[in-house]
Design a protein around this ligand. Structure first.
Ligand SMILES: *Cc1c(COP(=O)(O)O)cnc(C)c1O
Length: 434
């Protein structure tokens, strides 16, 4: 097996299987000829994985899944139309209409909101751990019907790091899986499977694709977790449609032996709820992944330079800076362990001054894009408390350590000196920094 940087260019795609096309072809087709009745019977009874209808699979999305599998040393993956589909389908799959989700307030705003807006409707509830920085806090918050621990490896906007190895141990002692949203880290900075994660989800919209030109998501698994326990009957139920050609009843563990979790997402959630990734979008993500390491390395290097600059402005327009590369940051030790290449390219700082000065500051930047996105090749700036995280109640915002003065930056690939000069100009327009 080749190494990461070779896999990101070649894994999961053999040109000889596609008319020797060098670039992964976009299979713009809804359905595929079944060929013969024999072949059709094989496909409809899950004895063949050839594509038959693009909601379920397509050679372009297959190539993306195969590449992601290699990049993680995973066993199975399913690509989806968005990161939100990846998050919600994973949580729907593990809870199956009952039980509780254990998580932290340091979640993507939409993911957090889905817990109150969708899951509660389906009788699935959630608990926040008291202190996400203390793994024992997860153990204390486990309830008898907790079905999963769900966390982000690196969080937005404050770049906090969760000790996923310790949290995975606690999950496994309770015989439940750990699902990690690894969007901010990308597999270049961190492979959560190496630290005990059972399921890894992505918004590929962000750093994975990296150019702010596509909405996409993915779920991966590594077959380590035992789903055949009394907590998860949904995986060993034998729905009629899974029966073999001999009529024998089969469950998800039989049919999707390399990946019962993503197999069930494909057969149930993708099939019936339908958030299929378009082949064109899959192509854009594949293209982005070809330069993942080079982009993310420059982005984390840029982040360090911006952190240094912002720290030099403390007391002169800046109240505080939050990123593990900052001088006084409680996540430095965890960063050494989990993020030796750099703890991501999203950071936050406190902007001094009043609301009027914040407005002036945000409107004065010229290179930084003012938009609700991260992980783009372009550097982005935003005020989370009234934009990306505005749906959170003041109490939850507080718990997530997001305040009116919080400004989030997502570093792109520009020259760091230009980015610094752009901020310097904005500080002076806002009347800060003298
Ligand atoms: C953006 C994001 C999502 C949602 O992804 P979409 O592709 O926008 O649906 C989920 N988790 C994290 C951490 C994100 O940053």
């Amino acid at each position: 097996m080749a190494r990461f940087d070779t896999n990101k260019i070649h894994a999961g795609y053999n040109p000889a299987d596609h008319n020797y096309a060098v670039s992964v072809p976009i299979y713009a087709t809804a359905a595929f000829e079944l060929g013969s009745v024999e072949r059709s019977d094989e496909m409809f009874s899950f004895d063949s994985w050839d594509p038959l209808y693009s909601r379920l699979s397509n050679p372009t999305t297959d190539a993306l899944e195969a590449r992601l599998i290699e990049l993680h040393g995973a066993t199975a993956a399913v690509s989806l139309a968005s990161g939100m589909a990846a998050v919600t389908y994973s949580l729907l799959n593990i809870t199956a209409g009952r039980g509780r989700i254990l998580t932290t307030p340091r979640l993507y705003g939409g993911a957090l909101d889905s817990l109150t807006q969708i899951f509660a409707e389906g009788n699935v509830f959630f608990d926040f751990v008291e202190n996400p920085d203390d793994p024992e806090s997860f153990r204390k918050a486990l309830a008898p019907d907790t079905k999963v621990i769900y966390v982000e490896s690196l969080t937005n906007p404050n770049a906090t790091i969760l000790d996923i190895e310790a949290i995975a141990k606690i999950a496994h002692e309770a015989r439940i899986p750990l699902i990690v949203d690894n969007t901010l880290a990308t597999p270049y900075l961190l492979n959560p499977f190496e630290y005990g994660a059972d399921i890894v989800v992505y918004s590929a919209t962000k750093g994975l694709s990296g150019h702010g030109n596509v909405i996409a998501g993915a779920v991966l698994e590594n077959k380590q977790f035992r789903f055949d326990s009394e907590k998860f009957p949904q995986f060993y139920e034998t729905p009629y449609f899974l029966r073999g050609r001999d009529g024998k009843a089969r469950n998800y563990l039989d049919v999707f032996s390399d990946g019962p979790f993503t197999g069930r997402i494909r057969a149930v959630h993708l099939n019936y709820l339908g958030a299929a990734l378009s082949p064109f979008s899959a192509y854009l993500v594949l293209l982005g992944i070809e330069t993942l390491s080079e982009r993310v390395q420059k982005q984390v290097d840029n982040a360090k330079k911006i952190v240094e600059y912002l720290e030099s402005k403390i007391g002169k327009g800046v109240l505080w800076v939050k990123h593990p590369s900052a001088k006084e940051n409680p996540y430095q030790e965890l960063a050494k362990k989990y993020f030796p290449k750099g703890a991501g390219a999203v950071l936050s700082f406190g902007l001094a001054g009043d609301a009027n000065q914040r407005t002036k500051f945000l409107e004065a930047v010229q290179i930084w894009g003012f938009q609700a996105n991260i992980g783009d090749a372009k550097s982005l700036i935003i005020n989370p408390s009234t934009t990306t995280h505005t749906e959170l109640t003041p109490e939850v915002q507080d718990a997530a350590d997001i305040h009116a003065e919080t400004i989030r930056l997502s570093l792109g690939l520009e020259d760091a000196q230009d980015l610094i000069e752009d901020l310097e100009h904005a500080f002076s327009v806002a009347g800060l920094g003298e």
